[in-house]
Design a protein around this ligand. Structure first.
Ligand code: FES
Length: 90
């Protein structure tokens, strides 16, 4: 018996004893589970923030710098290795 930890999205960490079929499929394919929002390919692994989440924030909030993205989503505010990808999305 083990414990499974995975991020459902950038804000929700799931802790379970086992996974159902859909959750297992999502974990193996890298696609969101049924009903979960598609955050896109993960850009910021420190905070589990996806490209679609970043692009939506850029568009809806008019973000123009990676610092603003960091203030809004935390992406890019830890190790910084994702900053070039965030800049590419801007
Ligand atoms: S990967 Fe984004 S801050 Fe570390």
């Amino acid at each position: 018996m083990g414990v499974v930890l995975y991020f459902l999205n950038s804000e929700t960490l799931v802790i379970k004893d086992s996974l159902d079929k859909d959750e297992r499929s999502a974990l193996l394919t890298g696609l969101p589970p049924l009903g979960a929002p598609d955050v896109g390919q993960i850009v910021c692994s420190c905070f589990n923030v996806g490209a679609k989440t970043i692009l939506t924030a850029i568009k809806e909030k008019g973000l123009t710098t990676h610092q603003q993205v960091g203030q809004c989503l935390k992406a890019g505010t830890n190790c910084g290795s994702c900053v070039p990808e965030i800049k590419a999305l801007l």
